[in-house]
Ligand binder design. Structure first.
Ligand SMILES: [Zn+2]
Length: 287
């Protein structure tokens, strides 16, 4: 039997952008070495144009740190490879299901059946009943005649439509990126309050949780973080960040992703937006 592999498609626009090298660094900002004001004006790389805030003409440096830019590069890498892996696995599954049953299937039917089966199996916690129900689900949705065929198809589905592994990397790295940027923000707020650099570094070392970050921000900036983000034109950022944080914690503690298909793309979007969001916070509250 020969199979034509289907291109199931990462959004072509996203694919094109991700294939374009240096994407993460294109989202970075430039920081004045004197007053720490952040700008997207590329002329600040050289010393031809002075800082719009303090007038200093020394060449600006990159914001955020190279670690943060590398994390965003990694998020983008794994997001792209997650789609590619999904495409590959789906095509293998289609080929295997056709080989088991001796029939050609419409791809959509197989994938929908696999998703339903996977959800059914996972929601019931992998209990004996859930296995039987999953068999029944496959048998009905694909119109299979025998239990043997259903069982083999179930194994193929389990092997090839598991939670995409790279989605987990996208989630973990995104949560790390946001943590890094927010701790950097808190440190800048300490410095602005006149706390010496060494002590500022020690103080942020103690910050370990999202709640602690929010708490410190409110004390130092005089305004709740969520409110500050809304006022800066990022109405959903706080809630989406919290939701990524919770998904990450659930994964760390229980080893599974909630609604894995949307978690990675939400985390990806949030990460791509994060440099601009934190730069706005820095300019408004820490310069
Ligand atoms: Zn300046």
């Amino acid at each position: 039997m020969d199979f034509e592999l289907e291109d199931l498609g990462l959004d072509p626009k996203v694919k094109k952008t991700l294939n374009h090298g240096g994407y993460a660094i294109n989202l970075s900002w430039l920081e004045c070495r004197t007053c720490h004001f952040l700008t997207r004006d590329p002329r600040r790389i050289g010393s031809t144009v002075p800082c719009g805030k303090c007038g200093d003409s020394a060449a600006a440096r990159l914001y955020p740190s190279s670690e943060a830019i590398q994390l965003l590069t990694d998020v983008q890498h794994f997001y792209k490879s997650s789609f590619e892996a999904l495409e590959r696995e789906r095509n293998i599954l289609l080929a295997e299901v056709s080989a088991i049953t001796g029939r050609r299937f419409n791809f959509k039917a197989v994938f929908e059946s696999a998703e339903q089966t996977g959800n059914l199996y996972r929601d019931l916690g992998g209990a004996r009943d859930s296995f039987d129900n999953a068999m029944l689900q496959i048998k009905e949705s694909l119109g299979l005649g025998s239990v043997e065929a259903s069982t083999q198809v179930f194994y193929a589905m389990f092997n090839h439509i598991n939670e995409p592994r790279d989605d987990k990397a996208v989630l973990i790295l995104s949560a790390s990126l946001l943590e890094l940027l927010s701790i950097d923000l808190i440190k800048r707020l300490y410095l602005k309050k006149g706390v010496p650099p060494d002590l500022s570094s020690q103080l942020v070392e103690r910050i370990r949780t999202h709640a602690a970050i929010t708490h410190e921000f409110k004390i130092l900036a005089g305004r709740p973080l969520k409110e500050a983000l809304i006022a800066l034109g990022f109405p959903d950022f706080y809630d989406n960040w919290l939701s990524i944080k919770q998904s990450r914690d659930t994964f760390i503690h229980r080893g599974r992703l909630n609604q894995s298909t949307t978690v990675a793309s939400d985390a990806f979007k949030l990460s791509n937006e994060s440099f601009a969001v934190f730069a706005s916070l820095v300019n408004t509250y820490a310069v």
